[in-house]
Design a protein around this ligand. Sequence first.
Ligand code: BJW
Ligand code: ZN
Length: 253
Amino acid sequence: MSEASIDVSRTAAEGIALAARRLREARRLVALTGAGISAESGVPTFRGPGGLWRQYRPEDLATPDAFARDPRLVWEWYAWRRQVIAPLRPNAAHRALVALEKRTPEFLLATQNVDGLHGTAGSARVVELHGTIWRLRCTSCAHTREDRGVPLAEIPPRCACGALLRPGVVWFGEALPEEPVTRAFEAAREAEAVLVVGTSSLVYPAAALPQVARAAGAFVIEINPEPTPLTPLADVSLRGPAAALLPAIVEGT
Ligand code: BJW
Ligand code: ZN
């Protein structure tokens, strides 16, 4: 083994120990998760190798204009994703966040994911910043409904009022749901540490959450196999998959 590789592994071990200590000491914690935390469960990420955006253009599928132009095409994409996600199970990273929540006095998990796997794992203090793929919302009246049916009974699905239903997710150019965002940013301003797992840190306003926490004095821990725009701002950036690293820093505390 070269000297360089010995150095790298020692740095990684030190990073894990430091992250573990800061998580153990923090009484107020915020975790921000993205698609990468569900990657090892089998959920496709958006960007990067095999990411959803490599095959599809977001402007064709994840915008209000796209839905207005071709609701059937957009619904076929969401119906396919619902079918992919439905049988998938939470992984060790989701479970580590449940353990962290249980032992931390003030904890909030803000997720950008629409797959619902944090809830399935048992996380209770969760806000879904980009909504959920398991809720349908009417484009005309106030009706919403939880629907885990796979496949959907009709595409595109319709409300009893006759109007189209849409996926209960947040598309580009749409405002995020107010209450979850307010809760997340308030918690970020109060947090002693913020744990950022499996996100490219490219999509705003979610990407601003760790920046806000850091400006208010929080210790920033990032877990990601790749560097991101957040990496230079992080106090510890651990390079690797969440399902291995997250249990290590939670159980190592
Ligand atoms: C692993 C791993 C493993 C792999 N372990 N890690 C400022 C500047 C420029 C633009 C803007 C700005 N502020 C707002 C904007 C516009 C826009 C935006 O951010 N654009 C940028 C792309 C430039 N934002 C918006 O439009 C937002 N709305 C808004 O700002 O509204 C303003 C408004 C106010 C008032 C009235 C009206 C409007 C809305 C954003 C909605 C995003 N929606 C999507 C789709 C959701 C529905 C669906 O699922 O179909 O959300 S886009 C997509 O990206 C999805 C994700 O939640 C989001 C983030 O992606 P994420 O989670 O980071 O995934 P990836 O794939 O990008 O990254 C995965 C990462 O995991 C990688 O880093 C891997 O390395 C890593 N990884 N394996 C750990 N095993
Ligand atoms: Zn309706």
